[in-house]
Design a protein around this ligand. Structure first.
Ligand code: HEC
Ligand code: HEC
Length: 473
C-alpha cells in the first residue's frame, strides 16, 4: 500500500473582517500521489476487499443525450468539433496556459470526460520548441492538473489558478519572453494545491435541476444525517472569485452554483468562458480581459473568441465558448453496468450498502430536472450520486482555498456517475484506488467520519460488494 504521505502545516490567514483565521492544511507530497494498489487490510482469513479497477472502455465518440431533434444534434456535433480543436498562437492561445484544447484534459473514457491515463501536459511543455519546464507535480502517467496558489507573497489569500506554461520560444510566438511561475518554491513552501478535471457527461441535466430540488433534498433525511454528523450547504453565488486578485468581481443572483470541485460556478456557459481564458489563455465575451497583458506576447485581437456577425449559418455565428457549452449540455450521462464487475447480485447488495452505510446521504442517488426549454432535458431523472452541496471534508482534504461560500475544507459532493471508468480520484487526483479515496473522507472535522467508520466495520465481502457497485457506475 502506498498512502500519500501527508504533512500538516498550520497557516494563519488574515481576513479583513474576521480577524485572524487559523486552519490546518494538509499538503500531500506530489511524489506519492499516483497510488494504484489496493489498500485493504487483512481481517483474519478470507479474501480482502479490493478496488476491481476501472471498467473496460469501448473507444468511440461521445453520445448525445436521448431525445434531441436533428437541429439540436447538429449543434451537438459542431460543439464536439470545437471542444476537440487544438488552438494556436494566432487563435489567441496564451500568453499563459495549462494546455491547448478542452479535449486534452477532458478525454477519458471519451471526449468530455476527465483526465486520461497519459497526461498531455507533459509533452505540451516542450511542444513547438518551447523551452518551458515540466513542474515536479506533472508526470507522464499522473493526472492532468491545474495549480492554485494558497497565499500571495504578502500572506493574503490567493486561491487563483497559476498557469503552468507560457508562449516563450513557442512556435509562432516570436518575441514573447515571460517566466513560468516559480512552482519549485511554491511546492517547497506548501503553497500550491492541485485540481484535476471533473467530467462533464450529463452536465446539462445537472444544470437543469431546480434550486428547489437541491434545497428540498438538503432538508430531507435530516434525522439520519444529524445522527451521523452530516450537514452540507448550497454554494450560493455570492462572490465567485475564482481567479487571483483582491477585487471581488462577478456579481450575483443568489442562486445555487453547482459546477467545479467546490460548486463554484453557476453554468456551463460561465465555466466554458472561464476555462477558455484560465486553461488556454483565450479571452472571450464572458472573460474579455487577457490574464497576462504583456504587450510582446499578444498575437490576436481581444477578446480572442467572439460572435461572428457575418456568418450565414446560425451555428457559425456562435462564439466558441457558446459551442462548448452546448456540446456539454447535450452530452449523454454515463451508462452504468448491471453486472460488471462482480455480477448482478454483488452490485445490488453494494447498492443497498451504499445507502445503509450513509454514503447516499451526501451522494444522493438521483434528483429530477424541472421545466426546461430543451425537451430532452425537462423533467428527467438525473442519477448523479451527488447532493450538489458543499461539505466540510476535514483537514485531510482541505486545500486552503475559498471559492464563493465554500471554505478551505469544503467540497461539492463529487458526482459518482461514471466512476466505474474514472482513473484518478479526489480533487487533486491523489489516488487511483477507491478504498484510499473512501478512507481520505476521514480526518479531523470531516462530516463523513461516522460514515467511514460504518464502512470500516463492514465485512470484507460487503466492502467488496460496495466497491463493485461503485465500479459499475
Ligand atoms: C489544463 C486542463 C484543462 C483544460 C484545457 C480544460 N479544463 Fe475544464 N476542468 C479542468 C479542471 C482542473 C477542472 C476542475 C476545476 C475546479 O473545480 O477547480 C475542470 C472543470 C470543468 C468543468 C466543470 C464540470 C463539473 O461538473 O464540475 C467544465 C464545465 C469544464 N471544465 C469545461 C471546460 C471547457 C469548455 C474547456 C475548454 C475551453 C476546458 N474545460 C478546458 C481542467 C481543464
Ligand atoms: C459528508 C458527505 C460525504 C459522505 C458521507 C461521503 N462522501 Fe464521498 N465525497 C464527498 C465529497 C465532498 C467528495 C469530494 C472530496 C474531494 O475531492 O476532496 C467525495 C468524493 C468521493 C469519491 C471520489 C470521487 C471522485 O470523483 O474523485 C468517492 C469514490 C466517494 N466519495 C465515495 C464515497 C463512499 C463510498 C462513501 C460512503 C462510504 C462516501 N463517499 C461518503 C462527500 C461525501
Amino acid at each position: 500500500m502506498t498512502t500519500p504521505s501527508t504533512r500538516r502545516t498550520t497557516i494563519a490567514i488574515a481576513i479583513s473582517t474576521a480577524g485572524l483565521l487559523s486552519f490546518e492544511l494538509a499538503i500531500v507530497s506530489p511524489k506519492a500521489q499516483t497510488t494504484t494498489t489496493s489498500t485493504a487490510l487483512a481481517f483474519g482469513g478470507g479474501s480482502v476487499a479490493k478496488d476491481p479497477g476501472p471498467r473496460a472502455v469501448v473507444t468511440g465518440p461521445p453520445a448525445a443525450i436521448d431525445g434531441l431533434d436533428s437541429d439540436q444534434l447538429e449543434y451537438f456535433k459542431g460543439g464536439l468539433d470545437e471542444f476537440s480543436e487544438v488552438e494556436s498562437v494566432t487563435d489567441g492561445l496564451g500568453p499563459r496556459m495549462n494546455l491547448d484544447s478542452c479535449e486534452g484534459c477532458h478525454r477519458h473514457p471519451t471526449v468530455g470526460g476527465s483526465s486520461p491515463a497519459e497526461n498531455p501536459q507533459f509533452d505540451f511543455a516542450t511542444k513547438d520548441s518551447s523551452t518551458d519546464k515540466v513542474p515536479s507535480f506533472i508526470t507522464k502517467d499522473g493526472p492532468v492538473r491545474e495549480a492554485r496558489f494558497v497565499r500571495n507573497a504578502d500572506g493574503s489569500p490567493d486561491g487563483g489558478v497559476h498557469a503552468l506554461f507560457t508562449l516563450t520560444n513557442r512556435g509562432e510566438a516570436t518575441g514573447c519572453i515571460i517566466e513560468q511561475p516559480d512552482f519549485a518554491t511554491a511546492v517547497a513552501n506548501h503553497n500550491v494545491i492541485f485540481r484535476i478535471p471533473t467530467p462533464t457527461f450529463g452536465a446539462g441535466l445537472m444544470e437543469a435541476i431546480p434550486d428547489a430540488a437541491i434545497l428540498a433534498n438538503a432538508a430531507g433525511n435530516s434525522p439520519a444525517k444529524s445522527a451521523l454528523g452530516i450537514r452540507g450547504r448550497a454554494n450560493f453565488q455570492v462572490s465567485g472569485r475564482t481567479i487571483s486578485g483582491q477585487t471581488n468581481n462577478n456579481g450575483n443572483d443568489g442562486t445555487v452554483a453547482r459546477f467545479g470541485w467546490k460548486a463554484q460556478n453557476k453554468s456551463l456557459l460561465l465555466f466554458s468562458g472561464e476555462a477558455y481564458n484560465v486553461e488556454m489563455g483565450i479571452s472571450n465575451e464572458l472573460f474579455q480581459t487577457e490574464r497576462d497583458e504583456t504587450e510582446s506576447c499578444q498575437y490576436a485581437s481581444v477578446p480572442n473568441d467572439h460572435t461572428n456577425m457575418s456568418a450565414t449559418e446560425p451555428f457559425d455565428a456562435l462564439s466558441a465558448a457558446e459551442k462548448f457549452a452546448i456540446f456539454m449540455r447535450f452530452l449523454a450521462p454515463p451508462t452504468p453496468s448491471s453486472k460488471t464487475p462482480g455480477g448482478k447480485p454483488s452490485i445490488d447488495s453494494g447498492r443497498s450498502l451504499f445507502n445503509s452505510t450513509g454514503c447516499a446521504l451526501c451522494h444522493t442517488p438521483s434528483m429530477q430536472t424541472g421545466n426546461a426549454s430543451v425537451p430532452a432535458l425537462a423533467n428527467k431523472t438525473v442519477n448523479l450520486f451527488s447532493d450538489l452541496l458543499i461539505h466540510d471534508m476535514g483537514v485531510g482534504l482541505s486545500d486552503g482555498v475559498s471559492q464563493g461560500q465554500a471554505g478551505p475544507r469544503e467540497f461539492r459532493t463529487a458526482p459518482l456517475w461514471g466512476l466505474g471508468q474514472r482513473l484518478f480520484f479526489l480533487h487533486d487526483g491523489r489516488t487511483s484506488d477507491l478504498i484510499a479515496a473512501i478512507r481520505a473522507h476521514r480526518s479531523m472535522f470531516s462530516e463523513a467520519n461516522d460514515v467511514v467508520s460504518n464502512f470500516n466495520t463492514l465485512s470484507e465481502k460487503s466492502k467488496q460488494d460496495l466497491l463493485n457497485f461503485l465500479r459499475s457506475l
